[in-house]
Every structure is written in structure tokens, then in C-alpha cells.
Design a protein around this ligand. Sequence first.
Ligand code: PAF
Length: 282
Amino acid sequence: MLLFETQLALIEHLKHISNSKTTIGFVPTMGALHEGHLSLIENSLKNNSITIVSVFVNPTQFNNPEDLEKYPRTLESDLLKLESLNESIIVYAPNVDDVYEGKTVSNQFDFDGLENQMEGKFRPGHFDGVGTIVKLLFEIIKPTNAYFGEKDFQQLQIIKKLVEKFILPINVISCPIFREKNGLAMSSRNERLSPNERQSAAIIYKTLLDVKSKFNSESVAEIKKWVAQIFENQIDFKLDYFEIAEEATLMPCKEINPSKKYRAFIAVFVNNIRLIDTVSLN
Ligand code: PAF
């Protein structure tokens, strides 16, 4: 495994090892790597000549300073995991100045409205931060294929839109959600849950599965009311939002059109820790 802390050193190295046939697989992460990340990286290793993993907690995508401060930073153990997965992985773990070059601010993006729903509504500026960092990383790494998990489904759609709008020659590859034994979607934030919270957070995925089975027989309004009630009865949980939205546009669904694909999206605070999850409904 090779670790680069500066974009200059990384770019120089890539110049030496690549030729016109080289394919670069890129997995952007904010560290605290779990099996979900490792599955993205394995996918990249299988399908590219070079795999690059970035580990960078991007300040501009956090709208809540406490969330940024408490975000797990576990570089040493991340590097051990990467090393034991495959020695050929290249890691880019820069500091803020190396990426932002002294100007730690987001650019503003128009993602055709995808940015205004759900996470965009509840975390103002979040997708400008994500768009900014992913575009910067794409410019540095110039990947052939970039890998993103479906847990952040809205982010995935936004990255596809970013690639389309800026006509970037990059394939965006989506990978399925990895779940803990109890169904909880794997997330770096799970590290911050107590063992009891981690166990009881299984209710998030269980609720989504119940939504999926209600989807054909109950109205969207009835389902939303039911989900709100489930979380009202949970002392340690606070529902941030629950939405049923069309996959392609992420527009909230009021009435089901059987020719369209829909997903349920949820964000829940377990005490102060915010978790998201999603399932496809049809
Ligand atoms: O999904 C994440 O971990 C982050 O949003 C990403 C894509 C690495 C950008 O900081």
C-alpha cells in the first residue's frame, strides 16, 4: 500500500505508473472504513489496473460543526485494513489545505433539483460541499471508474449528475448497501453508537422493510403517518424525515404511478447521531 499526503506527490506517481491502457478505480471515503467501503474497494480492485482510495473528512459538507468535530477519524486502523485487503492500493489522505489550497469553501451547483430534496433540505449546503470535494478529487485522480454506495442514494444520483453536467469521462458505479447482522446499514457513524443504541437502531431498517410491504396496499400519506408514529414511541430516536420519492428525480411521491421506480428514504437521530437508510420499493 502506498500512502500520499499531497496531491503533487500523488499526481507525479500516477504519471510514472500509468499508460494509455491503465484504468484507475477510485473510492472516495471519509475514513472509519467498514465492510461496505471494503466491498467498494474490492469491486474496484477486480475491475481496474490501479485502485485509489481517498481518506478525507471534508469540512465543507458538514452543516453541523459538532457532527464534523465528532466524525470518527481512524487513519491508522484504516491503513491497516487497506494494507491487509491488498498491498497494491494507493491511498490519498491529504490535509484540508492540500485539497482546498487555502480556500475551504464550497462552490455552488445546480443538480437539476436533486439537491433540494431530503438531505439537501435538512442539511443546507451539504451537496455543494459534496459536489466541491468530489469534483476536486476527480480532477486530481482522473479516475476511469468511481465507486459509491447506495446507502447515500441521493449523493449517488448527484454524483451522476455532476459527471453528466461537467462532461467528465468517468463511469459512476453504484454498489449495494452493506448491513450489520441486525440489518442496520453500515456507516462510519455507527462507530459512535453505544452497543445498546447499535442494537436498537435495527428498527430503522425494520421500518423500511415494513414500508416496502405496505407500499402496494396503503397510500403514501397513510404510510408516512405510520412511520411518524413508530418513531414517536421511541424515546432515544428522533425522526428527521421519512420520504417516498421517485428514484430518477427524487421528487416526493404523492400518488403511485406504477410505471415509475420509487424508494423510501429515512434519516433518524439516535440521541445526537444521525443515521440514514433507503430501500427500493418496486
Ligand atoms: O460518502 C462519503 O463518504 C462522502 O460524502 C464523500 C463521497 C467521500 C465525499 O466527501
